[in-house]
Design a protein around this ligand. Structure first.
Ligand code: HEM
Length: 449
């Protein structure tokens, strides 16, 4: 169909530069004002993208998430991540190739294996708690990053503690850390990059990681007892599609880096926000302690979900229309235009979440709990976060273990401000806290190999 048949949703007629300033300077307030003025689907134009559609309503989000994967390309929307993840990453693929990778990757993220990972995460939490100072301020975000990296290296990569794990951890952090700075990903994009030095440094760091990963892939392919291992890395090497084909070395490498990048910073940020919200809400904190004593995991899950609602780590997801026009909500979106369900705006709608700024885990308990299109921190449809159950389990286990072992209090009287960091919405100062008492006698358990 021709572009002239397009019927895009209404949107601000402001110059692109002014709309860009609206996003950068007023973010959620700008979006909410546009939603009130133009409705639940709004067309924007900025210096980064001359025409894209943001979606603010669960009904419309459902149409997008249930749309055909041949027509709505998330891989294309994630293309900026290409230099880091590699072009065979599930995040960058679309249609049949995407489905094939997803099917091969899903099994280790379900059921029985998840329980085995709980133990690993508890141990990683103990290691981290043992390093916290007493009576001195420290920031939670970096320590949560270290914890989630440790958890991924053990559960996903299957590394036991030791020099090999430490070396891989060091090289991965060196590769990933600079990316967390605002705009750094843009620098890495080959087309837009003007900072040649940054690109070269990044490529050297990526090669240092790849060197270890390819050597480990070759080593494990030769191991006779790979079936006995319960890490995701080994499962990826063994997984076969319906034709009996396995992932190539390059594909395994790209998926490992994808799991690390998608799962490490995100979960750490979600955890830092959860503690920031809890430590500034005495009554919820007290109820969480009570729930831990009573062994009530449902309440802990609700705390985590409510934290991801108020402070979603990823503000929105993207789908680029491909092939023909995409029809939704009475609009006709032409090929090439990106549609963005806005997680952040939907989570703050007063009609969906009364008193939306209040931290109330109870929203997620009982029959009126939000559905999959109203609470969407993990996106949705055939692209929904592959590690969502892993992340929720990890956050619950860490939360329980930290509250069981130590007493933290916030170093700052007010909760953190949100800062956009290339992909994530992170706490600006990293959630600074103080530990009141020395760690209890509940000493760390040995880390399982
Ligand atoms: C709180 C933590 C996390 C958050 C908020 C989060 C959020 C997201 C979001 C919003 C997406 C895009 C979904 C869409 O386009 O509809 C996504 C995709 C993905 N996530 Fe997560 N994630 C988290 C943790 C994890 C973990 C722990 C892993 C794995 C270890 C993981 C692996 C992935 C993968 C592989 C994809 C791509 C799925 C696909 O394209 O089919 N994530 N995540």
């Amino acid at each position: 169909m021709s572009v002239s048949a397009a019927r895009l949703p209404p949107g601000p007629r402001l110059p692109r530069l002014v709309q860009t300033a609206g996003f950068v300077l007023a973010g959620p307030r700008f979006l909410e004002a546009c939603r009130r003025r133009y409705g639940n689907a709004v067309t924007f134009s900025t210096v980064f993208d001359s025409s894209f559609v943001m979606v603010f309503d669960p009904g419309l989000v459902k149409e997008v998430f249930q749309g055909s994967s041949a027509q709505l390309h998330a891989g294309e929307a994630n293309a900026l991540l290409g230099p880091v993840l590699g072009e065979r990453s599930v995040l960058l693929l679309d249609e049949d190739e995407h489905l094939r990778h997803r099917r091969l990757m899903l099994p280790p993220f379900h059921g029985r294996r998840m329980q085995a990972y709980e133990q690993v995460i508890r141990a990683a939490t103990d290691t981290e708690i043992d390093s916290w100072p007493v009576g001195e301020q420290f920031a939670l975000l970096p320590t949560m990053q270290s914890l989630t990296l440790r958890a991924i290296l053990r559960a996903v990569f299957g590394y036991a503690t030791g020099p090999a794990e430490a070396e891989l951890r060091r090289r991965l952090r060196a590769m990933v850390e600079p990316l967390a700075r605002p705009r750094r990903l843009l620098l890495l994009s080959a087309v837009r990059s003007r900072d040649r030095g940054a690109v070269l440094r990044f490529e050297a760091q990526r090669r240092a990681v790849d060197e270890i990963l390819y050597a480990e892939i070759a080593r494990r392919r030769g191991e006779p007892d790979l079936e006995q291992r319960d890490d995701v890395f080994s499962a990826l090497l063994l997984a076969e599609d319906e034709r009996g084909d396995r992932l190539t070395d390059k594909e395994v490498r790209d998926e490992l880096v994808t799991l690390l990048l998608a799962g490490h910073e995100t979960t750490a940020t979600g955890l830092a926000w959860t503690f920031d919200l809890l430590l500034h809400n005495a009554s919820v904190l007290r109820r969480t302690h009570d729930a831990i004593e009573a062994g009530n995991d449902d309440y802990l899950d609700a705390v985590v979900k409510e934290a991801l609602r108020i402070r979603p780590v990823i503000p929105g997801v993207g789908r680029v229309v491909s092939g023909g026009d995409f029809h939704f909500g009475g609009y006709v979106i032409p090929p090439g235009v990106e549609i963005n369900p806005s997680i952040r705006t939907i989570h703050r709608r007063t009609d969906l979440y009364p008193d939306p700024r209040a931290f109330r885990p109870e929203r997620f308990l009982g029959p009126g709990a939000p559905d999959t299109y109203t609470w969407l921190p993990f996106g949705g449809g055939t692209r929904r976060c592959l590690g969502a159950s892993f992340a929720l389990m990890e956050m619950r286990v860490v939360l329980r273990r930290v509250l069981e072992r130590v007493r933290l209090r916030p170093a700052d009287a007010t909760p953190e401000k949100v800062q956009f960091r290339a992909i994530t919405l992170a706490p600006r100062r990293g959630v600074r806290v103080l530990q009141d008492r020395p760690p209890s006698a509940a000493v760390a358990e040995p880390v399982p190999a």
